[in-house]
Design a protein around this ligand. Structure first.
Ligand code: NAG
Length: 131
């Protein structure tokens, strides 16, 4: 009985190690991106190195989302391009060291022409500069 308990604890801590400590992402993180640029279709292309999420065209007030498991080392960084009309910008939409503790499972952004705005609450977002 004691041996079974100990091996269970060993297995659980191995799972903890595999999924990252102090990062413990057993779950997926979702990044939700809402196009709030009036009357413009937004072209979004995100990748994390070879993990390329493709090109998506999002209508006004519509949402694009993708999901991933943050890595063990805390270095996950999804970089995106955002294009509309003749404008093109870049922004790192998910930086694990910046976002892991803040947004947990759901990282929600509004894309405005002046920059991406991180949704902190129902009526407040934090405006970032384009990279
Ligand atoms: C996107 O944001 C706009 C403005 O805040 C809101 O009206 C709309 O419902 C949102 N769209 C989605 C899919 O959440």
């Amino acid at each position: 009985m004691a041996a079974a308990t100990i091996s269970l604890l060993v297995m659980l801590s191995l799972v903890g190690f595999v999924h990252g400590w102090p990062y413990f992402p057993l779950w997926y993180t979702h990044v939700l991106i809402n196009n709030t640029i009036p009357g413009e279709f937004l072209t979004i292309h995100c990748n994390y190195h070879a993990d390329d999420r493709g090109v998506h065209v999002i209508a006004p007030s519509e949402q694009y989302k993708f999901q991933f498991k943050p890595n063990v080392w805390g270095t996950t960084k999804f970089s995106c391009s955002f294009g509309w009309s003749d404008v093109s910008h870049h922004f790192n939409i998910y930086v694990q060291s910046r976002d892991y503790d803040n947004c947990d499972k759901n990282c929600k952004w509004l894309i405005k022409s002046e920059g991406p705005c991180y949704i902190k609450s129902d009526d407040f977002c934090d405006l970032y500069q384009w990279d």
